[in-house]
Design a protein around this ligand. Structure first.
Ligand SMILES: Nc1ncnc2c1ncn2[C@@H]1O[C@H](COP(=O)(O)OP(=O)(O)O)[C@@H](O)[C@H]1O
Ligand SMILES: [Mg+2]
Length: 443
């Protein structure tokens, strides 16, 4: 992409209501624009990152055997009345009346709807287990929307729902998601810890929140320090018994404040006791028959007996993750995108647009990186060098290649690693090869 043709409305000043790094940088880097409290437009740069995060979530769900679908944002109140949640949900639910005076709502979650879909079609134990998911916008009329996309009113969530014949089978479905989540966050460069959590209005008795540590996080958490650096499970056979892998993690203490057990925490060696703040980037629940019972979601077992299915639900805060990743990865100059979610792989800074050689080499590097699949952003605008450097640092692309007449006299361009600040001088083709290699793509 050529910057001169892109839409990147940067802000010079930090808006006063933005208090945390991710919110400030997302506004300043032209990633989002607030339309009303907690409701944002995703501008091109922000949208690219959102899509990349969504894709990682999707790939890891698919690997774990979950099946993607799409449910609507607007739901009829009828299903929510069946489960009793229409009254229970409270003012967080945005209630809408259509022209026929029918009660509708903008979905804050989808347990009721997915259970209805399930009961409409599935009759036999032979069709189980099933895990269905979608990645769809949700609306919750939060009392205090804040921190930009971290606590929005409209936000993008991946929500999956599992259906099993028994509590024991449901535990297997739960374990798949538990481990798939750890792989998901690791791919985004995040260190997420699964912590024992309260089940809240969704209900049920087995639940974990996935938390990334950050001082600006809204959750107070307690855990064994070794969990933070524990490597993700990596490639898994999802048909195998996953309980031992899950147990390895559950063996170490980790809980959110609602579930905190001070006595158990005190048993951790003192130097390993971590009491910190964190951002909830995912939440999984096993809630058994809570919705299947009132909605009559039953299937026939082997003996022809009707059995109420056991369910779980599994959420990932896709739009919150954009902010969460920035909280975990930034410096005083701006964002530092992990490679897997960066909006562009590299930025090319032409220091002297109009200079024949600088233009020629920049264009060549741009064409070659594009062909290699690095997806570069070429700063072909005629601003001063200082403006270009700080702009590139702010938007945080993993690599920067600076092309200027002085270096070119010696046949070199400068490659900077945004995360480490490390610079190296390379011939233009060597720079292309180096960067392509970092992304594991061919030049
Ligand atoms: N208001 C919000 N803005 C952005 N993301 C949210 C919001 N509420 C929830 N999420 C994300 O969706 C995930 C699943 O939501 P859930 O656990 O049902 O919500 P809550 O924790 O608010 O009860 C959360 O872990 C979080 O990452
Ligand atoms: Mg939650």
């Amino acid at each position: 992409m050529r910057l001169s043709r892109y839409f990147l409305p940067l802000l010079k000043e930090t808006p006063a209501d933005a208090t945390i790094a991710s919110h400030k940088y997302m506004l300043r880097a032209g990633m989002i624009k607030q339309n009303s409290a907690g409701i944002y437009s995703w501008l091109p740069l922000g949208f690219k990152v959102l899509k990349k995060i969504e894709q990682i979530v999707r790939e890891e769900q698919d690997k774990a055997g979950a099946i993607e679908m799409l449910m609507p944002t607007i739901q009829s109140a009828d299903l929510w009345k069946e489960t009793g949640r229409y009254n229970a949900y409270g003012p967080e639910m945005l209630r809408i009346t259509d022209r026929h005076e029918r009660e509708m709502l903008y979905g804050p979650t989808n347990e009721d709807m997915i259970t209805d879909i399930f009961r409409s079609f599935v009759r036999s134990y032979k069709d189980l287990p099933k895990n269905l998911y979608h990645i769809q916008w949700k609306f919750r009329d939060e009392r205090r929307p804040r921190f930009g996309v971290m606590r929005g009113r409209e936000f993008l969530m991946k929500d999956a729902y599992s259906f099993d014949m028994s509590a024991e089978d449901a535990r297997r479905s739960y374990n798949k998601m538990f481990l798939a989540y750890l792989n998901t966050y690791a791919r985004m460069g995040l260190k997420a810890v699964a912590m024992k959590a309260d089940t809240g209005p969704i209900g049920g008795d087995l639940s974990h929140e996935f938390i990334i540590l950050a001082e600006t996080g809204e959750s107070e958490v307690f855990c064994h320090a070794d969990l933070v650096n524990m490597p993700p499970p990596g490639e898994l056979d999802f048909e195998a018994d996953l309980q031992p892998l899950v147990n390895e993690r559950l063996a170490l203490y980790a809980a959110t404040d609602e579930m905190h057990d001070a006595a158990a925490f005190a048993k951790i060696p003192e130097d390993k006791r971590l009491s910190a703040r964190g951002i909830e980037v995912g939440h999984i629940f096993y809630f058994g028959e809570k919705y299947s019972e009132p909605m009559g979601a039953k299937v026939m077992d082997k003996d022809g007996k009707a059995v109420t299915v056991h369910m779980g639900s599994y959420g990932v805060g896709v739009s919150r993750l954009v902010g969460g990743i920035i909280e975990a990865s930034h410096d005083e100059n701006g964002i530092i995108w992990p490679k897997e979610v960066a909006p562009f792989g590299a930025g090319i800074i032409n220091l002297k647009v109009g200079d024949e050689e600088a233009d020629k080499v920049s264009e060549d590097v741009y064409a070659k990186l594009t062909a290699a699949g690095v997806d570069p952003l070429y700063d072909d605008k005629s601003d001063r060098g200082g403006v270009k450097f700080s702009r590139m640092d702010l938007i945080g692309l993993p690599y920067q290649i600076t092309v200027g007449p002085r270096g070119l006299k010696e046949g070199i361009v400068e490659v900077k690693d945004r995360a480490t600040g490390k610079r190296q001088n390379l011939a233009p083709d060597a720079a292309v090869n180096f960067i392509s290699a970092q992304f594991g793509v061919g030049a």
